[in-house]
Design a protein around this ligand. Sequence first.
Ligand code: GTP
Ligand code: MG
Length: 201
Amino acid sequence: MKISSAEFLVSNSEVAKCPKDRLPEYAFIGRSNVGKSSLINLLTGRKDLAKTSGKPGKTQLINHFLINKNWFLVDLPGYGYAKVSKKSKSVFQEYITDYFLQREQLVAAFVLLDIRLEPQKIDLEFLEWLGVNEIPFFMVFTKADKVGTQRAILNVEAYKKVLLESMWEELPETFITSAVNNYGRDEILKKIQEINAGLPK
Ligand code: GTP
Ligand code: MG
């Protein structure tokens, strides 16, 4: 898919205030610092569209980016950043939960996972929460430039194994990305394009 326009529209801390347009949207979620904002910049081909930082906790609001004037990418704050709230060790901010539970325009979530790490409790809990709440999602492994191919394969397989051994009968589709090497962009955009094409007009 060609990205002909990508513009920041609005930031919100309440799902009720998010854009009222009935455009399809895709949300990017994962632990703080996993690379959500960087991935949005990679996908849109705009280096500074979403604010990134080496320090966790950079994105604090629900940010809507209008793409090609007909769908949204949504950048969300990360979970698992202790400074954000007392509860955030196991649960993430309430307005994020509200976003996922209430936002009817949400087509699918892209859950970002650091490819360097073995399956993390907080990520597994979050994936399970999405499953229980019947929110469609994909898994995106980030920072592929930081590991060798062997380690990358092992860590992706480890996640799949844990999911299959717990509650999952079918695995979500997975993507491997690197915002440094521009890796994985086309696959994710192609997926979004396919889904958009199949949505009722
Ligand atoms: P919060 O908004 O704090 O939740 O973080 P985030 O998930 O949006 O992460 P962000 O995109 O701000 O990136 C965090 C740090 O990781 C930054 O220093 C990025 O440059 C770095 N980073 C993101 N993606 C990649 C990647 O693919 N490879 C490498 N090597 N670094 C990356
Ligand atoms: Mg961010």
